[in-house]
Ligand binder design. Structure first.
Ligand SMILES: C[S@@+](CC[C@H](N)C(=O)[O-])C[C@H]1O[C@@H](n2cnc3c(N)ncnc32)[C@H](O)[C@@H]1O
Length: 283
């Protein structure tokens, strides 16, 4: 089976940055991630050209909207938490996320721990340096493979305070890892003080989707697998609820794509696939 290309951000992280870049081009941008396009680089440009030549303008708008909405839910949650004195943000599987470099003003007192595979992280640091984007003093890179490493140990060594509340995001990652690593990570997050929040996405099983959505999901899965990022975990909302409750989360708020659209940009007329859903779980 193909493995992710070593010392690369991974195809799916570039795809996500492309989605945010397309949103940033819209006059009514949801996220305003103006760094995404540069971070995605030449590989991102090739994806954008392919999308624009093979997809309708509505399809391109839908693609950008999906990625911007999930970023917005996380970023608003981190800003809200900062207002409540939660000053640690852990971005699990950060990919080419640029929150730390764009939102430094709003979260100046928040320490941002970017967690990712060592090779992906090294690539990103080099790319940021090439682009002349400085890493703010409050941003700490923590190389972790969820399948192999202890997240608790690595975060502790990086200066994370496990006795203080945090916002933890896990966006577009759990589909790529197995049940044991998911349990280990949730197990750690659930040990953090009450009031800690987890913002997470997950992919639903194909059987719960329309034929058209199933085709889209199967295509996405085949593309990811060919590039060494096979889908290992898909869950129904009930299974996610049960998983988070089993790990002791007291409140679980569920979001379908339509809920996010209604919250952040109700006037936008766009069809969103229901492949991926989100939760905010509070311990
Ligand atoms: C689809 S990308 C999402 C990136 C980012 N969260 C976003 O939404 O743009 C998946 C991310 O998960 C990371 N990832 C996948 N498997 C991992 C593992 N076993 N350990 C650590 N990171 C992993 C990848 O390196 C990549 O950055």
């Amino acid at each position: 089976m193909p493995q992710p290309v070593p010392n690369s951000p991974g195809h799916t992280a570039i795809l996500a940055a492309v989605g945010r870049a397309l949103d940033a081009d819209a006059p009514d941008s949801i996220l305003n991630d103006h760094m995404a396009r540069d971070l995605a680089g030449a590989a991102g440009e090739a994806i954008i050209a392919g999308l624009k030549s093979q997809t309708t303008p509505e399809g391109v708008a839908s693609f950008g909207t999906v990625f911007a909405l999930r970023g917005r839910l996380v970023e608003d949650e981190v800003a809200r938490a900062a207002g409540e004195g939660i000053d640690q943000y852990v971005d699990l599987g950060a990919g080419l996320d640029s929150f730390a470099y764009r939102r430094g003003q709003t979260t100046a007192a928040t320490r941002v721990f970017e967690v990712d595979r060592p090779g992906a992280q090294a690539w990103k640091e080099a790319r940021l340096a090439d682009l002349g984007i400085a890493t703010p003093a409050n941003t700490i890179y923590v190389p972790v493979d969820f399948e192999e490493d202890s997240l608790a140990d690595r975060l502790s060594k990086a200066g994370f305070d496990a006795n203080s509340r945090a916002v933890v995001s896990w966006i577009a990652v759990i589909q790529y890892i197995g049940a044991k690593a998911i349990d280990a990570t949730l197990g750690f997050v659930s040990t953090l003080p009450a009031g800690t929040r987890l913002v997470m996405t997950y992919v639903v099983p194909p059987a719960t989707l329309t034929d058209l959505e199933q085709q889209g999901l199967k295509w996405t899965m085949s593309q990811a697998e060919a590039r060494g990022e096979p889908f290992l975990t898909m869950l129904t909302p009930d299974e996610v609820e049960a998983l988070l409750r089993r790990h002791g989360f007291a409140e679980v708020e569920h979001f379908a794509p339509a809920d996010l659209l209604a919250r952040f940009i109700p006037g936008r007329k766009v069809q969103l696939p229901r492949i991926e859903r989100m939760v905010i779980a509070t311990s």
